[in-house]
Each structure stands twice: as structure tokens, then as C-alpha cells.
Design a protein around this ligand. Structure first.
Ligand code: GCO
Length: 446
């Protein structure tokens, strides 16, 4: 392959970085913000590996201007960030917290002043605790609650924000939050999981309608984690398990919006979802997306254990040491990104696809004032080559967002895994551009 160069991706290609409210903002109870389920969850003992929480995180709430300047300095043209619902509506519905909305308004302006395009995610997992007390995603009323929230944000920011993503990775917060219980709200219930899946899909469509109704020129999409999986074996049992896992991880949230219903035939676990479907839902769930964001980190290699998914998730790397493994235990598998992009394109339902997250955690060491994170640079280079490969195959990939700008709070893993192009020294909040960030700086300037 010829040397990778920015120009190969096209003039209109969007280059961005991504981050999420709870993982960077801190200021968890500042200026009228209500608690989110992640505040409640991390304040409970033994929920986060290093017993940390996002109370302060990267203090982005106070340092957003400097951080946006960094985005610009690295040469990126877009910054994807999420809005914290309880910062805007402390009780989830009703009373609007002006100070919270003003904060996001300032972030948008900070982006625009520097020529960085704001890409807004409306929900990156931090549900208002007040709504969790009313059943959260398991309560069908949430479809209306979410619509109300989206309307408030669209009114406040829609004059300046054009690109919107409804959800970040629905599969992650329904499955890991409601079935595995390892993320907030820490629920382990098949019923609540199934209810959440359906309500999230309805809310996804409702949110898209609100944006389209209230804004003339909104570019409306959503993001999905796409994790290709491979079974270690070729028997019928292996194949069934692979299909079931794929349906659960990659299809249950993608296909209903496309009008394809739930992949129940391939994933019997989803059968009980019928209990939550009502007349008219098939139509209400449809969305004609402007774009889909694909998020890719690794593929899964799984044994067909009796409970394949839950047991295999943290362990899949163990037998495959011949692959490089990241600090989160994930196999580095660049081909999987090509597969993920091809898979979404194959539905023939969207004309634009963006990689809205891709990146890796590696053990970073501060040497003097430098972080020589060559493995991360190689990771990005190898994955960008797969984006090019997908483009040459005709997949309409229009942009790429690195996860993440800064080292930040990695959910139940705490502050251990560092995903940033920029190192965060958490004790001082000093930011130090890593070599991978410098690599992007050169690559994007060329
Ligand atoms: C996700 C989220 C991010 C994570 C990132 C690294 O994909 O889980 O969108 O919030 O931090 O993916 O795990």
C-alpha cells in the first residue's frame, strides 16, 4: 500500500475527536445539575475497578476552551461531545436548568470560534437519576421524556449545531447496564433489558423526529458499536452461537430502525421483547437516517459456552496471545473495522457512514515531557488503512473520529486505561500531547 496521506480520504472527509460528558466534564453537581445514574452508580462501593468516579474527571466543565484549542492545534476539524441530560433537565423532565444549557452553548461557541465543527451526541449513558427512580429505560414513558429533552437541546443549540447523534452505542448501555449489571444503572434482569432495548429503539426514532421537526437543516444520525464475532469452531452449534451473538450485539438496535424488526429467529434470548411491543410500534420505530456512526474497537473470539456472551466477553483474548492485546484486554484487529463498515453498508439504508469512535488504551509512560506511544500511532495508522480499503470497496465513509482527545474516566475501569491522543495528568489537570497526537498533527497538516 502507498504511504497513507490525508488527501486519499477525500476533501470533504471529516477528521474529528470524540468524548462524552460523564467521562470528561466533572462538575457533577455544579450550577444546578441533577445527579445521573453514573453519579449514583460510581458513588456506590465496588462498582469501579480503581474506586474512582467522574466527580472531577478531566474538569472539561471548566477547561473546555483550552481543550477545544487543543483539538484545533492537533489539526482536527470536528469535536464530538455529548450533552448530559441531568445538567439540562435536573429532574429529567420539566424544569430546565439554564446554567447547564449555557455551558453547552459556550462549548459550541468555543468550537465555532476556532473553526471546529461541533458534533453533538444527545445521550452517552448518563440518564437523570430522577428518571431511573421512575423505571428508567424499562419504563415506556421514557420515549416521551427523551423527546422532551431533545426538544429543549435542539431549541438551545440548533441555530449553531448541524450534526446530531441520538445515542451512543445503544447496545452497550442496554446490555452492560441492564443485563450484565456492570455499568449504570447496575441492573441484572432479562425483562428490564428487553424492555430497555425496545424503548431505546422507540426513543431513538422519537428523538430523530423531534430534531427533524424543530430544525430545518439538521444532519441526523446515531452511533452503534459494531463488533464482528468469530466462533472458535465450525460445528452447527458454533454457527448458531455466532449468529445469536451477532444478532444481540450488532443487530438488535440497528435493524428495527431500518424496518427489519428484531432478529428473534437468530437470537432466542430476544423472544420476550414481544411483550413490550404495541400496535403501531413497527412504524413508530422507523428512521430514515442521514448517517450512521460506526464505532469499532475489537472483534470477539468466542467459545460457545452455555451462556456464550456473558462468559466470553471479558475472556476472549486469552487464547489469542499471538495478536496484540491492548490495556483493556482487547485484541488489535484492524480488519474488523473494514468488516464492520462493510456490514453496515450492506443494509443499503444509509448514504453516509462515519467512524464515530476508534482508538485504543495502552500503558503510557511520561518520559520527561513526552509520551512515546508508538503502539497507539501504529493502531491508528493500521485502522485508517482499513477505512481507505472500505472506501475503495465503495463504502461511503465520510469521516473518522478518534477515541479520544484526552485520557478520561473509562466507566467501570476507572482511570486505568488511557485512550487519549493527549495525556491527562489527573492530579494537576495538565495536558501533554502524546506522540500519537503529534503524528495526527503532522498527518492532518500535510
Ligand atoms: C464506548 C464509549 C466510550 C468508551 C470507549 C472506550 O464505546 O464504550 O463510547 O465511552 O470510553 O469506547 O471503551
Amino acid at each position: 500500500m502507498t504511504q497513507l496521506a490525508r488527501g486519499q480520504f477525500g476533501d470533504e472527509f471529516t477528521w474529528g475527536v470524540a468524548h462524552a460528558a460523564y467521562q470528561v466534564e466533572g462538575a457533577w453537581d455544579a450550577d444546578g445539575k441533577g445527579p445521573s445514574i453514573w453519579d449514583t452508580f460510581t458513588h456506590r462501593p465496588r462498582t469501579v475497578r480503581d474506586r474512582s468516579n467522574g466527580d472531577v474527571a478531566c474538569d472539561f466543565y471548566h477547561r473546555y476552551a483550552g481543550d477545544t484549542a487543543l483539538v484545533k492545534r492537533l489539526g482536527f476539524g470536528a469535536q464530538r461531545f455529548s450533552i448530559s441530560w441531568p445538567r439540562v433537565l435536573p429532574d429529567g423532565t420539566g424544569r430546565v436548568n439554564r446554567a447547564g444549557l449555557d455551558f453547552y452553548s459556550r462549548v459550541v461557541d468555543a468550537c465555532l470560534e476556532r473553526g471546529v465543527e461541533p458534533w453533538v451526541t444527545l445521550y452517552h449513558w448518563d440518564l437523570p437519576e430522577a428518571l431511573q427512580r421512575r423505571g428508567g429505560w424499562a419504563n415506556r414513558d421514557i420515549v416521551d421524556w427523551f423527546g422532551e429533552y431533545v426538544g429543549v437541546v435542539a431549541d438551545a443549540l440548533g441555530d449553531r449545531v448541524r450534526h446530531w447523534m441520538i445515542f451512543n452505542e445503544p447496545c452497550s448501555f442496554t446490555l452492560v447496564g441492564h443485563l450484565a449489571g456492570q455499568h449504570a444503572p447496575g441492573v441484572r434482569s432479562l425483562r428490564k433489558f428487553l424492555a430497555a432495548v425496545h424503548h431505546v429503539n422507540l426513543a431513538q426514532a422519537a428523538g430523530a423526529r423531534v430534531l427533524r421537526d424543530s430544525l430545518d437543516d439538521a444532519d441526523v444520525g446515531t452511533t452503534h458499536i459494531v463488533t464482528p464475532s468469530r466462533m472458535l469452531g465450525t460445528t452447527r452449534r458454533h454457527q448458531r452461537a455466532a449468529r445469536s451473538l451477532d444478532a444481540l450485539l450488532n443487530r438488535a438496535h440497528l435493524e428495527p430502525n431500518f424496518g427489519l424488526g428484531y432478529p428473534i429467529a437468530d437470537c432466542p434470548l430476544l423472544r420476550g421483547i414481544r411483550r413490550y411491543q404495541r400496535d403501531g410500534d413497527d412504524k413508530a420505530v422507523l428512521v430514515d437516517w442521514d448517517f450512521i456512526g460506526v464505532q469499532y474497537y475489537t472483534r470477539l473470539l468466542v467459545h460457545p459456552l452455555p451462556v456464550p456472551l456473558l462468559h466470553a466477553l471479558p475472556r476472549y483474548g486469552r487464547d489469542f496471545r499471538r495478536y496484540e492485546i491492548t490495556a483493556t484486554g482487547w485484541e488489535v484487529q484492524p480488519d474488523g473495522l473494514h468488516e464492520a463498515l462493510t456490514k453496515v453498508h450492506a443494509y443499503g439504508k444509509v448514504s453516509r457512514i462515519y467512524v464515530t469512535e476508534n482508538g485504543a488504551a495502552f500503558p503510557d509512560h511520561l518520559v520527561g515531557d513526552r509520551i512515546h506511544d508508538d503502539r497507539r500511532t501504529a493502531f491508528y495508522r493500521d485502522h485508517l488503512e482499513q477505512v481507505r480499503r472500505a472506501q475503495s470497496d465503495g463504502v461511503p465513509v465520510h469521516g473518522y473520529f478518534c477515541w479520544s482527545l484526552l485520557d478520561n474516566f473509562e466507566w467501570a475501569e476507572g482511570f486505568g486505561p488511557r485512550f487519549g491522543l493527549v495525556y491527562t495528568e489527573f492530579a494537576t489537570q495538565r495536558r501533554i500531547i502524546k506522540d500519537s497526537g503529534r503524528w495526527f498533527q503532522e498527518f492532518l497538516a500535510a
